[in-house]
Design a protein around this ligand. Structure first.
Ligand SMILES: [Zn+2]
Length: 70
């Protein structure tokens, strides 16, 4: 199944971009401690429409939404 339009747009969103309405959280939010005690978080999402899966990360300022490669 091809990616739905909101998911295509999701890939372009930055850290402050919110998940579109058909993206649901899967698993718990993960907290990491990076270099120099910088902490960041990641959260996985799945689309109810096209089943695309994303990981959101606060470690990146732009394009914070990463599409899972299948
Ligand atoms: Zn979708």
């Amino acid at each position: 199944m091809s990616m739905c339009e909101p998911c295509k747009e999701q890939q372009e969103k930055t850290r402050r971009g919110t998940p579109h309405e058909n993206l649901v959280e899967i698993d718990d939010r993960r907290l990491f401690r990076g270099a120099h005690a910088r902490r960041y978080e990641e959260q996985d999402y799945r689309c109810l429409v096209c089943s695309s899966q994303f990981t959101w990360s606060s470690n990146r300022n732009d394009l914070a939404w990463t599409l899972w490669q299948k």
